[in-house]
Design a protein. Structure first.
Length: 567
C-alpha cells in the first residue's frame, strides 16, 4: 500500500490562507489575555487583602459540604456581586488554587494589548524605523501616508494617526515629532487656554527678575536684582501672595509663595507695619504652572496632594497659556520702573541711567513697597480686562462661600519645604555632610527607619521630620549646637571649592571651618565688592545658643545629691 506523505509534510504558517492565520493569531492572543501574569511586587496592599478574603471564602465553599447554590448566594450577598461572579471565582480556584487568580482586574484593555493584525504591526514598525533613521526630520503625516500606501498594497488594515502616535510614545520617539505637535497646536487641537469662573479655581504661579537694584542694610550699597514669585487668581485677577528673594527660584520660593497665598495675611502685615486689608487668600483647586524644575519637585507634589490641589503644566513652548500672570508681572515691572535704582526692561530704555549708583531700597523696603502697590493700588483700581475692581470682585465672589480653614499655619509652610529621605541611626542621621540628632529621635523612630526629612534651604540649622502619627513635625537641630546656621547655597559653594582643592568628601569640621574663614573674609571685603555683600545678606540669622532663662551654673561648687539617689 502506498503511503500518502502529503499529510505528514509540515506547512509554513505564512502559506496558510489569511482567514486561518487571523483565527490562529486571535486564539493565541485570547490565551495570553486569560493567562495570569500579575506582578506580585506591584500589587497594592488593598487589592491583595481583598483577593485573600475572596480566596479564603471561595476555598471554604469549594472544599466544604455546603451546596454550591446556597454558598454562591451567601457569598454574592457578602461581597455585593452577582452569583455568576462567585461561580466564576470557584472555577478559577479549581483551575489554579492561588490568591493571584482572584485579584480583581481593572476594566478596559490590558496594557500592551495590540488590536492590529500582526502584518499591520510589522509594517508600521518597519516604517517607524525608516522614519527615525533619517537625518531630515519628516512629519508624522509621512508615516501615516506611507502606512496607508503599503497597507493597501498588502491588503492589510491601515493604521490610523492615533495608532501611529501611540507606537511612537511606546518607543520613546514622541520628542521627534515636535513639528507635528507645533502644527497641531496652531490648528487649535491643544487644550484650551486656562479659564476660571470662581475664585481659587485656577491659580497661576510664576517668577521673574525684578527690574530694580536693592542695597544691603549696613553699607547701603548695591546687591543686585532680586527675584519675585507671584501667585495670581485668574477669576478675580487678585494677587494671592508673593515672595521676594536674592536667590534664584527654587522649591523654597514656591513653598513660601504658596504659604502666603493660602494663609490669611493679618500677621504678615502686622510684622511689616502695614495698614492694609489684604483679603484674597485660600487653598486653590488647581495650580497652572510652567515646566520649570522647581514646579516638578517632590515637595510641591506632596504638599499639593495633601491639600487636594491639582497641578496643570503648560504645553512646552506655549507662553500664552500663562498670559494672565505674565501680563500682571509686566504691569508690576512698569510700576517698578519709577523706583530709584531701576534697570528698566532693557539697556535701550535704561540709556545712561546709573542703576547701581541710584539704588537706595533694601529688600525689606522693597517688600513693603510691593505690598502697598498690590493691595493699596492694584486691588483698588479698575481692571481693564474685567472692568471691575479686583478687591470688590473677590469680596462679592467669596460672599456666602465656605473656605477651608487652616488650623496650623506653620505646618502648612513645612508641608511645601524641600524633602529628602534619610535613615535614622543610633547617632541621628546625616544630610549634606552635616549630622543631625535629637534625644526624641530614638524614642519616636526605631533605628534603621527611613524618614522624610524636610529642610529650609535658607537655614540648615534645623530640619523637620513628620511624626509617625502625622499630626506634626519634630524639629531636629545640628548634633553639634556650636555650629553656626548656614544656607544650602553657601554650603554647596564651599563644597565645590573644597572639591576643586582635592577634597571631594569633606568632613563636617572642615566644612564649618571653611565657613568661618570665608565669612571673615566676606566681612572685610563687604565694603569693596557686591558679591560679598550679597553673601552676607543671604546668610541665616545667628542662633541664640545661650538664652538667659535662669541663673548661671557654678561648676566649681561641689554637687550635693538628693535624698534617695544612689551613687
Amino acid at each position: 500500500m502506498r503511503r500518502d506523505t502529503s499529510l505528514s509534510r509540515s506547512v509554513n504558517f505564512s502559506d496558510l490562507p489569511r482567514g486561518i492565520r487571523r483565527a490562529a493569531i486571535a486564539r493565541v492572543e485570547a490565551n495570553q489575555k486569560r493567562a495570569s501574569a500579575a506582578d506580585l511586587v506591584g500589587i497594592r496592599e488593598k487589592r491583595w487583602a481583598k483577593a485573600r478574603l475572596r480566596f479564603e471564602s471561595v476555598r471554604s465553599l469549594a472544599e466544604g459540604t455546603e451546596p454550591l447554590e446556597l454558598g454562591a448566594k451567601r457569598l454574592a450577598t457578602s461581597f455585593a456581586v452577582s452569583e455568576r461572579t462567585v461561580r466564576r471565582w470557584v472555577r478559577a480556584y479549581r483551575r489554579n488554587p492561588d490568591v493571584a487568580a482572584l485579584i480583581s482586574q481593572p476594566r478596559g484593555p490590558r496594557p500592551g494589548l495590540r488590536r492590529l493584525p500582526a502584518e499591520s504591526e510589522r509594517l508600521l514598525s518597519n516604517i517607524i524605523d525608516v522614519w527615525a533613521a533619517r537625518k531630515e526630520r519628516l512629519p508624522v503625516s509621512w508615516i501615516v501616508e506611507e502606512c496607508r500606501r503599503l497597507a493597501l498594497a498588502a491588503r492589510t488594515p491601515v493604521p490610523g494617526r492615533t495608532t501611529v502616535e501611540a507606537r511612537l510614545r511606546d518607543r520613546g520617539l514622541e520628542g521627534l515629532y515636535r513639528r507635528y505637535s507645533d502644527r497641531r497646536a496652531q490648528d487649535g487641537s491643544l487644550p484650551a487656554m486656562p479659564s476660571a469662573e470662581r475664585p481659587l479655581q485656577v491659580v497661576q504661579i510664576d517668577h521673574t527678575l525684578v527690574d530694580v537694584m536693592v542695597v544691603d542694610q549696613v553699607h547701603r550699597q548695591s546687591l543686585g536684582r532680586p527675584w519675585i514669585s507671584v501667585a495670581f487668581d485668574i477669576a478675580t485677577r487678585a494677587v494671592l501672595g508673593f515672595h521676594l528673594s536674592l536667590n534664584a527660584p527654587s522649591a523654597t520660593s514656591v513653598g513660601m509663595v504658596m504659604a502666603m497665598a493660602c494663609l490669611p495675611k493679618h500677621q504678615w502685615l502686622l510684622e511689616r507695619n502695614l495698614k492694609l486689608s489684604w483679603a484674597p487668600a485660600g487653598i486653590p483647586r488647581l495650580l497652572s504652572l510652567d515646566n520649570a524644575k522647581e514646579f516638578h519637585s517632590v515637595a510641591l507634589r506632596r504638599g499639593c496632594e495633601k491639600y487636594g490641589i491639582g497641578l496643570d503644566y503648560r504645553p512646552p513652548g506655549r507662553p500664552q497659556f500663562g498670559g494672565h500672570i505674565e501680563r500682571y508681572l509686566g504691569t508690576l515691572m512698569r510700576r517698578i520702573h519709577g523706583l530709584p535704582g531701576t534697570t528698566y526692561s532693557n539697556p535701550l530704555q535704561r540709556g545712561k541711567y546709573r542703576s547701581e549708583a541710584r539704588a537706595s531700597l533694601t529688600m525689606k523696603e522693597l517688600e513693603r513697597w510691593i505690598a502697598l502697590e498690590i493691595d493699596g493700588r492694584y486691588h483698588q483700581s479698575v481692571h481693564s480686562g474685567l472692568h471691575a475692581v479686583p478687591a470688590k470682585l473677590w469680596t462679592q465672589a467669596m460672599r456666602g462661600r465656605r473656605t477651608h480653614e487652616i488650623l496650623d499655619p506653620e505646618r502648612l509652610v513645612m508641608d511645601f519645604l524641600p524633602a529628602q529621605e534619610r535613615k535614622v541611626g543610633s547617632h541621628g542621621f546625616q544630610m549634606n555632610r552635616i549630622r543631625y540628632w535629637d534625644m526624641l529621635l530614638s524614642r519616636v523612630f526605631p533605628v534603621g527607619a527611613r524618614v522624610l526629612v524636610r529642610f529650609d534651604p535658607t537655614n540648615l540649622s534645623r530640619v523637620y521630620i513628620p511624626s509617625p502619627t502625622n499630626d506634626g513635625y519634630l524639629s531636629v537641630p545640628y548634633a553639634d549646637l556650636r555650629r553656626p546656621p548656614i544656607s544650602l547655597g553657601e554650603l554647596e559653594r564651599i563644597r565645590s571649592q573644597l572639591a576643586a582643592r582635592g577634597t571631594s568628601q569633606p568632613t563636617e569640621d572642615l566644612i564649618f571651618k571653611t565657613v568661618h574663614e570665608q565669612r571673615r573674609l566676606e566681612e572685610k571685603a563687604a565694603v569693596r565688592t557686591r558679591k560679598a555683600r550679597r553673601g552676607i545678606e543671604t546668610r541665616p540669622p545667628e542662633l541664640q545658643l545661650n538664652p538667659s532663662a535662669g541663673p548661671k551654673i557654678n561648676y566649681k561648687k561641689r554637687v550635693s545629691p538628693y535624698k534617695g539617689e544612689v551613687w
